[in-house]
Write a protein that binds this ligand. Sequence first.
Ligand SMILES: NC(=O)c1ccc[n+]([C@@H]2O[C@H](COP(=O)([O-])OP(=O)(O)OC[C@H]3O[C@@H](n4cnc5c(N)ncnc54)[C@H](OP(=O)(O)O)[C@@H]3O)[C@@H](O)[C@H]2O)c1
Length: 349
Amino acid sequence: MTSNRYWTLSDGPMPRWPQENTFVMKEGEIPKPALGQALTQTIYVSLDPYQWYYNRRRTAPAGAPCHARTVSRVIESRIDGFAAGDLVFSTNGWTEYGLMGEGVWRPDYMAPRKLDPSLGRISQAVGVLGMLGLTAYAGMDLLASPRAGETVVVSAASGGVGQIAGQLAKQRNARVVGIAGRDAKCRFVTDELGFDACVSHLSATLPADLAAVCPAGVDVYFENVGGKVFEVVLPLFNQSARMTICGLIAHYGDEDGGIDRRAALMKLGEPIFRTRNMLVKNLSVSDFALDYHDDMLAYIAPLVTAGKIKYREDVRHGLETIPIAFNEMLRGDNFGKMLVQVSPDPTLE
Ligand SMILES: NC(=O)c1ccc[n+]([C@@H]2O[C@H](COP(=O)([O-])OP(=O)(O)OC[C@H]3O[C@@H](n4cnc5c(N)ncnc54)[C@H](OP(=O)(O)O)[C@@H]3O)[C@@H](O)[C@H]2O)c1
């Protein structure tokens, strides 16, 4: 092995939503690890909505592979505590090989760590047993704390975060209602994940559909989407309801990448938030990564192993499929947490 294929951003202004020519595949030498670094081979690339506003703002160094969280295997280590063959969480990005360790750019809270395959499938380290599990745990259990019998609504309910957030609320004996796109996703949310009801945001009668399955109003809303979905939930909030703003995927193509949209959403909701004495929290998983990752793992991993939390992945194959898979995820054509496998998973061989 000598060459390394990777996807990087094309030159020029970034469009609002990715286009066919937004990403270019390049081929270069496999990087050599310096002291304090390790060379790793990517196994799974996680595709997440936030990567689009990172890419639009060109957050990663110019010319580098597009940023992504990855599961990978150590090929050569010059870091104490990591050895060839270790399976690790890393941030290689959209690339076959990458470096981890000193001087390698990554978001602060995404430190490399060794994986324990006995806890679950290694692909889950970028999902239910990683950042997505932590996001759902922080946003649902720590910030919203649903009580037995309360009505909890989760948008993007069949997606990576949504499916976990809703099932965590079921663990607390809440009544859980999902909002998703296609009928097949809604059926999955009720029949497989055990939500009490699910309505489609594609329905022309969404406001009436949602009101019908929330006859006692909404006590907790886990917001992944924004836009018209938020506007439909807003009038249904009860006194002392809680809302966690996890993500606003409908706005990641806005001029500002949806960042100011959080402020706009707060402004729109303010009269109801105030008069109904609501607690509204903006969630950033990075705030919880250091202190709560181990708690989350200790709580969620046994539930996943016991089948009490189900977790669907949408796994594509081959580095070349990444831009298409990424676009599909952004427009809802994924079904479960989107991943691309780019080399064999040794735990499945
Ligand atoms: N706050 C944090 O720290 C943090 C951390 C991780 C993730 N997040 C956020 O959590 C949210 C979910 O992320 P994920 O990784 O789990 O993605 P995901 O739900 O697996 O995939 C995105 C889903 O969003 C739905 N969607 C897309 N555009 C939509 C629109 N205009 N209206 C309604 N639904 C739309 C689609 O589902 P349907 O087909 O059902 O519409 C799509 O499958 C995102 O907003 C993400 O940015 C936040």
